[in-house]
Design a protein around this ligand. Structure first.
Ligand SMILES: Nc1nc2c(c(=O)[nH]1)N[C@H]1C(S)=C(S)[C@@H](COP(=O)(O)O)O[C@H]1N2
Ligand SMILES: [Mo]
Length: 264
């Protein structure tokens, strides 16, 4: 099929295609080097237009097409996600010490959340919208795990997180388990959202402890969502509110072009 593109494109075709290939092959799980090479050789502007249903004429239409590519990649990763497949776990002797800190600001600006006044808000498609205190959360059955955290900035580290299995928590509050998204708002203005199958994955933990101690401020006191099946930026620290929804909530980095699914 021949797709007609305007004669004079106001865009840099090579740069657009490079960006598209990167977005399609964001994770090694879905696309290995061979497939990436194939894409690099075979993806054309016409192909990109066809794939996305966008006519590529200017910066805005290119951005729309690239965003659609990224969302298609989310769908593919969602289909490939195996809810029963476990991420590797490690012996405690392999824990990275000290564990690295990371946030969109420096360590001197870490948010201090006050324990006594803290309440976790749970809203959206849930039956029980009461606000949770920390003692209430600590009274629920706890699990812990030693897993690897992978940050897209180029580092990874092994740590031990403990807390409430997030699937149990969602069932406990009567969440609509068929909803598409679970969103998170954090005390530092960070926000992110995840797919329901990952929320229900057995290794997804509403973590209250790090290395057997209450989560220190820099690692996200009073709680973070720890998912060894997802990249670092999908793991929100300092969670203030959790909501279940069918409306795409995006995220702090996701809205700036990071892949939304963010599987590792
Ligand atoms: N609230 C909040 N959560 C966040 C971030 C942030 O800036 N604020 N950064 C994310 C990123 S990019 C990484 S790599 C991890 C870092 O977690 P750590 O400090 O425990 O290593 O937190 C993630 N969750
Ligand atoms: Mo990260």
């Amino acid at each position: 099929m021949i797709v007609k593109l305007p004669n004079r494109l106001a865009i840099d075709g090579d740069a657009v295609l490079k960006d598209a290939v990167n977005r399609i092959s964001h994770t090694s799980k879905t696309t290995g080097p061979a497939r990436r090479d194939f894409l690099r050789r075979s993806l054309t502007l016409g192909g990109l237009a066809m794939l996305t249903g966008c006519t590529l004429v200017d910066e805005t239409s290119v951005e729309t097409a690239l965003t659609r590519i990224s969302r298609m990649n989310d769908d593919v990763q969602g289909w490939l996600f195996d809810p029963g497949r476990l991420a590797p776990t490690y012996p405690e002797s392999m824990i990275t010490r000290p564990f690295p800190f990371n946030a969109y600001y420096g360590e001197d600006e870490v948010r201090e959340v006050e324990e006594s006044s803290y309440r976790l808000e749970v809203t959206g498609l849930v039956a029980d919208k009461h606000k949770w205190t920390l003692p209430e959360l600590r009274a629920m059955p706890q699990i812990d795990q030693v897993t690897r955290h992978i940050c897209v900035e180029g580092w990874s580290a092994i740590g031990k997180w403990g807390g409430v299995a997030f699937g149990s928590f969602l069932r406990n509050v009567g969440a609509d388990l068929h909803a598409r998204y679970v969103g998170f708002k954090c005390a530092d203005d960070y926000f992110t959202s995840i797919d329901m199958p990952t929320a229900l994955h057995p290794q997804t933990v509403l973590a209250l402890t790090y290395d057997g101690q209450p989560l220190p401020p820099k690692y996200g006191f009073p709680m973070k969502l720890r998912m060894p099946t997802k990249l670092g930026y999908k793991n929100p620290k300092h969670i203030q509110a959790i909501f279940v929804t069918n409306t795409y909530p995006g995220g702090y980095w996701e809205d700036q072009g990071y892949n939304w699914f963010g599987g590792s």
